[in-house]
Design a protein around this ligand. Structure first.
Ligand code: MN
Ligand code: MN
Length: 468
């Protein structure tokens, strides 16, 4: 083809090619400074909210401090009113009433606050060969071999038959003990190392060491277990049977940290998906007055498929919207049918050490900005909601207009794997929905990696959407 008059290849390329530039090369020094400050607070959130219950408590407290009040379906609301609804201490909805009539639709942003971890079984405590253990059942998709020899903290609740509830949080404070799953020394691991890596450490080998000191009595059997129960009885007033009505979760005990000489990355547990939860929360808390009613959903159970009454396959979101709509004399389905949603969840960041699983033209990269994903699913897009071209066009225009640094990305090569988010469950309510979130390296590992620029870009994207 002939060269266009007066235009060099360089000029034409700039005009016609998609621009892919590292976020640092597109941000001003002032913006980078703001980003660094934002990520300091983000790391504190990661440390303070390691489970869905802790995240719920954190979000509820922050919402209250920003003028949100418990939602009351018998009240009447006006533009600017801020409400929240806590669902069983494990998920939260925040809403800011917009100036436009609610039947014109709402702007939803949905992130999840549960992360892969080790749950205690219902009868967890046992002693074997004079070592005390908790039996676990892993939660979410983990590579089991990553969890032994990691210092673990214990979080959750124990509910007694009188209805009283004990909150447990051990292993986070400097002076606290931690817990740990053991692994075999390499010297004796020849046979273990021949196992397929999915069984390198088996589910029933993820046993957490909780003690080793016996109760002082030569006659007693299971003296370590007895001593442990004595300590737990003194501390919490519980007996062994109280574990039956407990939810105890083991998560990495370490704190979120900067990674790299240049401190450009954040390392921490549970960034999938608390990175989107935090950025979404900040966008809603900072919103002044919104045109459309803004609703932030922070949900549980995404990592196990969104089932159950705190996951997004349940009716709790639908009921909330119906109840909120009813305060204006409007039907919930009318609101939903005109609504738009950003399904805020992480995507796989391209990993230069493992390039083979990615198709580079369609993979998100660290420092490429927040990642917009038109569809998820696996194989032939199984389980996807696939946002329409029209809606992608709308979001694209909005992000560009607001100067948000963003990229597109998919979850790995077509035949290799895949995955899903809550997008499909919200889209199933007849809501225009698209996935957007922060690229994560080492996703679902005890220590996940994100880029600060992408975290900040996610905040900017949610802010732009909520205020649109
Ligand atoms: Mn996720
Ligand atoms: Mn996940």
């Amino acid at each position: 083809m002939a060269k266009k008059e007066n235009q060099s290849a360089k000029e034409l390329k700039e005009k016609l090619f998609m621009q892919k530039k590292n976020a640092y090369l597109r941000m001003s020094d002032a913006e980078i400074k703001k980003m660094d400050k934002f990520c300091e607070d983000y790391k504190h959130f990661l440390d303070a909210a390691k489970t869905e219950r802790e995240a719920t408590a954190f979000i509820k407290q922050a919402a209250k401090e920003h003028g949100f009040a418990p939602f009351d379906k018998d009240k009447t609301y006006k533009a600017g009113d801020k409400v929240y609804l806590v669902n069983r201490e494990k998920s939260v909805i925040l809403a800011i009433v917009g100036k436009e009539p609610i039947e014109k639709g709402v702007n939803l942003v949905a992130a999840h606050i549960d992360s892969p971890r080790l749950d205690m079984k219902q009868n967890p405590l046992y002693e074997k060969d004079e070592v005390g253990y908790f039996k676990t059942h892993y939660y979410g998709g983990i590579k089991k071999y990553q969890w032994p020899t990691v210092p673990l903290s214990l979080h959750g609740v124990i509910v007694k038959t009188d209805g009283s509830k004990i909150t447990v949080n051990i292993g986070e404070d400097e002076g606290d003990p931690v817990f740990c799953v053991s692994d075999l020394l390499p010297h004796l691991a020849t046979t273990q190392m021949k196992r397929p890596s999915t069984e390198l450490v088996k589910g029933e080998e993820l046993n957490i060491i909780v003690g080793s000191r016996p109760f002082k009595d030569d006659e007693a059997s299971e003296a370590v277990k007895l001593n442990l129960l004595m300590i737990l009885n003194e501390k919490y007033g519980i007996t062994e049977a109280d574990f039956l009505s407990a939810e105890l979760e083991a998560v990495p005990a370490f704190k979120a940290r900067d990674i790299g000489f240049d401190r450009s990355l954040v390392g921490g547990y549970g960034q999938d998906d608390r990175v989107c939860a935090y950025t979404e929360l900040m966008a809603v808390l900072n919103a002044k007055s919104v045109r459309k009613t803004a609703i932030a959903i922070l949900t549980d159970k995404e990592e196990t498929g969104s089932d159950g009454n705190t996951g997004l396959r349940s009716a709790y979101l639908k009921y909330f919207i119906a109840d909120l709509a009813a305060t204006f004399g409007v039907k919930g389905r009318e609101v939903l049918s005109n609504s738009k949603c950003l399904s805020a969840d992480v995507n796989a960041a391209y990993d230069p050490t493992f390039p083979d699983v990615f198709e580079k033209n369609n993979a998100s990269v660290l420092n490429g900005g927040v990642c917009v994903t038109k569809y998820t699913g696996s194989r032939g897009k199984s389980g996807t909601s696939d946002a329409s071209a029209e809606f992608v066009g709308e979001i694209r225009a909005l992000l560009d207009k607001k100067g948000v640094i963003w990229q597109t990305g998919e979850l790995g090569k077509v035949d290799i794997g895949g995955g899903g988010t809550v997008a499909a469950y919200i889209a199933n309510l007849n809501v225009d929905t698209i996935d957007i979130g922060v690229p994560v390296m080492s996703m679902h590992a005890p220590f996940e990696i994100t880029a600060k620029t992408d975290v900040y870009a996610a905040f900017k994207a949610f802010e732009a959407f909520i205020n649109s």
